[in-house]
Design a protein around this ligand. Structure first.
Ligand code: ADP
Length: 487
């Protein structure tokens, strides 16, 4: 058994030295009968002021009206204790958010004699420790907690700045008091959503700001519960995304501008290429007529010049056709399910004469069904196969088409055993009119640019890997879509 001395020392320590807690006793009627220094520290009451008062005096008028003091005492009397987190009134009528427990006190015969209240102010954040407190203050995010009556229980400096107030004028105030009524109502509605859903959810909130008009905050809110799972309020962390949002808006505006100017350019090249066809046809027709007309009378040199004119006109015709196709590739896609096995089979038939003549072999693994514009996809495969045949080495062309499927995309590859492409040329060949071969192989330098445009319009990427002298592999992706999206 502890001696009387030990008990009184323990009592002194508990009651007097525990400055971090307000500890006091009340009798069965709710009259306060003791005091410790913690009471003065949290509630501002001196011993003379405090002892003799009714326990209900430190409750807010709202809680008193709801009968909270009596309910706490009843619960403690019945169950031994009653825990709560609520606002209490200080001596100067300001409010302090307190976490406390009311314990039943019995005499030696186990008869109830009164209660002991142990409380501490939540906003002191003892539990958080200095590390957490430093973090809360140093972070660039606004962090706050509100109780169920919408009063600020905690706010860091950043939050106070966002509200344009001193921290002292924030704690204990409602948002209705600190913000324009419409906006406060909007915040409350989103809080209620979180509380109803029981889960954290980021919401974009626009706080009025005297300087720049408004601050856009991305706020993650969570219901705040005590250790027994009862709802105390809501905690929130808000990240300032004003600059990021402005940047995003500007980026979208620029992209839209680029899209519009691309469209205009595409229409322009279409019109120009289209209108060039007619005069070119006239050049070709009249060159033929002139050749026939002069047939007998022209010498070797004149015949040679005539041939140059015709070659030039043919080349120009080819360029115009390619430009037209390139311009048209910017037009709306007609997306549908496409069986790429059937598409390659079609191409093999279409290109049969060229394949035979070059001795090429076009092999393909089983290929997936994709969601694409079938004509445009055909153009891509046709260009890649034709290039593999045109830029072959000394061996007959051997072309292998494969596909890899992941959750997010299909990745097609087309490998050849051709001359290959030097590292420095692997990007520029995808730009319009860029050719590595001037005369030896006919072409317009549009094919790969067209492929890139088509694949990018589908939301994919195209690139080449190659070992010069051994061959190249052209790879492209198409985004995978769910069956629901495709239908
Ligand atoms: P074109 O074939 O009309 O010149 P492309 O845009 O299709 O135009 O190709 C651009 C250039 O890329 C070609 O001139 C050629 O030099 C190079 N190239 C394309 N495909 C291959 C390939 N499979 N192997 C080697 N070089 C290639």
């Amino acid at each position: 058994m502890p001696s009387d001395y030990q008990l009184s020392e323990l009592h002194r320590l508990l009651i007097e030295e525990l400055e971090d807690f307000a500890v006091f006793l009340i009798d069965r009627e709710g009259r306060i009968i003791s005091w410790n220094p913690g009471v003065e520290r949290f509630f501002g009451f001196t011993e003379e002021d405090f002892v003799g008062r009714n326990f209900a005096d430190i409750f807010t008028p709202e809680d008193r009206a709801k009968g909270a003091p009596a309910r706490e005492m009843e619960k403690a009397a019945k169950e031994g204790r009653s825990d709560d987190v609520r606002w209490h009134l200080c001596q100067d009528q300001t409010r302090v958010f307190v976490e406390g427990v009311l314990l039943r006190v019995q005499n030696q015969n186990r008869e109830p004699v009164g209660f002991a209240k142990i409380a501490r102010a939540v906003r002191q954040m003892h539990a958080a420790g200095s590390m957490l407190a430093t973090l809360l203050e140093r972070t660039g995010d606004a962090i706050y907690a509100i109780d169920r009556e919408d009063r600020f229980v905690f706010a860091n400096e950043r939050m106070a700045r966002l509200l344009n107030r001193d921290l002292d004028n924030v704690i204990g105030q409602t948002r209705e008091h600190l913000l324009p009524p419409d906006f406060a109502a909007q915040l409350r509605a989103s809080d209620e959503d979180v509380i109803r859903g029981g889960r954290s959810r980021p919401v974009e909130e626009r706080f009025p700001d005297s300087g720049s008009g408004e601050r856009v905050m991305l706020t993650a809110k969570s219901p705040w519960k005590d250790t027994e799972g009862r709802l105390i309020g809501l905690v929130a962390i808000a990240q300032d995304i004003t600059e990021r949002t402005a940047y995003q808006t500007e980026r979208e505006r620029l992209l839209e501008e680029i899209r519009r100017s691309n469209e205009a350019l595409s229409t322009f090249s279409h019109v120009v290429a289209h209108d060039l066809r007619a005069p070119l046809r006239a050049v070709k027709v009249y060159t033929d007529l002139l050749e026939r007309h002069l047939r007998a009378g022209v010498d070797e040199t004149a015949r040679e010049y005539m041939a140059f004119v015709k070659d030039g006109a043919d080349h120009m015709e080819q360029l115009i056709e390619s430009l037209l196709r390139y311009a048209e590739s910017g037009e709306e896609l007609s997306l549908q399910r496409v069986d790429t096995n059937a598409l390659i089979e079609n191409l093999r038939n279409m290109l049969a004469p060229i394949i035979q003549e070059s001795g090429a072999r076009v092999l393909s693994d089983p290929l997936p069904e994709v969601y694409a514009d079938p004509l445009r996809l055909l153009q891509v495969f046709q260009n890649l196969i034709m290039n593999a045949i045109n830029y072959c080495g000394s061996e007959p062309p051997r072309i292998q088409i494969s596909a890899a499927v992941s959750d997010t995309e299909y990745r097609f590859s087309l490998s050849d055993n051709g001359i290959g492409i030097a590292p420095g040329d692997r990007e520029r060949i995808f730009s319009p009119l860029q050719r590595l071969h001037a005369k030896d192989v006919p072409g317009s330098g549009i094919g790969l640019a067209l492929c890139r445009k088509i694949i990018e319009r589908h939301g994919g990427r195209i690139w080449v890997e190659s070992t010069p002298g051994q061959g190249s592999t052209f790879l492209f992706t198409l985004p995978a879509r769910t069956a629901a999206e495709a239908d």
